[in-house]
Design a binder for this molecule. Structure first.
Ligand code: FAD
Ligand code: FES
Length: 277
């Protein structure tokens, strides 16, 4: 008889934990079974369900490059599963099922310039996209990464950003909402920085992930720069349960974020939520 293992997590071990910022840690996970590692073939922007025995499951997007032997997730401590994860140590077990949904269209946008806008804990899936694009640098044109957080202490991935900048034709702009004496970079919202970009809109696509209100205004600024609604790809967040389009928990209009997203174009979102976008 065929085994139905749709909801059966694959076993991974925590091999590294990095403190990124207050309340944010990155977990590096290795699959216990080689066949599971091979099966977990993800695209930047896709999600997976991560579980702790006796606690529950939560959805995260991978922040590592898809070609690694391990996967990484950056987690903000906000509730049941995430606070239990913050108690884990190297060698502990995390269950993983997925990957699910539609990621960023990195194959389709080859040859284009890319504007990436990340807000707060929306950065992980875009970090995975940056890893991929900087590794396959010749496949893409210029890349602008605009990254915004509330306070300087909230900034993550500083080492990775140095590596991405070294890949060439990558401009990174970091901005904090609340400046301080230790910070001589940009102060203000990401939208103020997007506004200033000098791009060739017909050759450029936009990718973004962050709080809903940020996504709305970022998409407006991208459109104001002349990027087509079909070329603006936004990653949406909803509370999730099944992750596979069965429970109806994560719908936007008649679409499910877990199955049809989490990445949607601005054009698609307008059809789904006319009044919002
Ligand atoms: C596609 C996708 C990708 C994501 N990627 C990341 C990531 O990379 N990093 C990251 O840190 N987070 C990410 N998240 C968010 C993460 O899944 C949630 O924060 C998750 O709820 C955390 O689980 P928890 O059990 O710790 O929190 P919970 O105990 O579920 O609580 C989380 C928060 O949600 C509220 N809440 C709980 N249940 C509901 C409900 N039914 N309706 C409304 N609000 C509720 C709680 O009050 C609390 O504020 C992602 C979510 C999605 C959908
Ligand atoms: S989480 Fe169940 S339908 Fe999306």
């Amino acid at each position: 008889m065929e085994r139905n293992d749709t909801y059966m997590p694959m076993e991974t071990k925590v091999v590294k934990i990095t403190d990124e910022a207050p309340g944010i840690k990155t977990f590096r996970l290795e699959f216990v079974r080689e066949r599971d590692r091979k099966k977990f073939d993800f695209l930047p922007g896709q999600l997976a369900q991560f579980s702790l025995m006796g606690v529950g499951e939560a959805a995260f997007s991978m922040c590592s490059s898809p070609d690694k032997k391990y996967i990484e997730i950056s987690v903000r401590n906000v509730g049941n599963v995430t606070s239990a994860m913050f108690g884990l140590v190297k060698g502990d077990t995390i269950g993983v099922r997925g990957p699910y949904g539609r990621g960023f269209p990195l194959s389709e946008i080859k040859g284009k310039n890319v504007v990436i806008v990340a807000g707060g804990i929306g950065f992980p899936p875009l970090a995975s996209a940056m890893e991929y694009m900087t590794k396959n640098r010749e496949d893409y044109g210029r890349i602008w990464l605009v990254y915004g957080v509330k306070e300087v202490d909230d900034l993550i991935y500083s080492k990775r950003m140095e590596k991405w900048a070294d890949a060439g034709r990558v401009e990174i702009i970091q901005t904090v909402e609340k400046g301080c004496t230790a910070w001589d970079g940009c102060v203000g919202m990401v939208t103020q920085q997007v506004k200033k970009l000098k791009i060739k809109p017909e050759q450029t696509v936009g990718l973004s992930c962050g709080p809903p209100v940020m996504l709305k205004f970022v998409s407006h600024e991208m459109q104001a720069l002349g990027i087509d609604a079909d070329d603006i790809h936004l990653s949406m967040e909803r509370m999730m349960q099944c992750g596979i389009g069965k429970c109806g928990h994560c719908n936007i209009g008649d679409k499910y974020v877990c199955r049809d997203g989490p990445v949607f174009t601005l054009y698609e979102l307008r059809l789904m939520q006319e009044d919002v976008w």
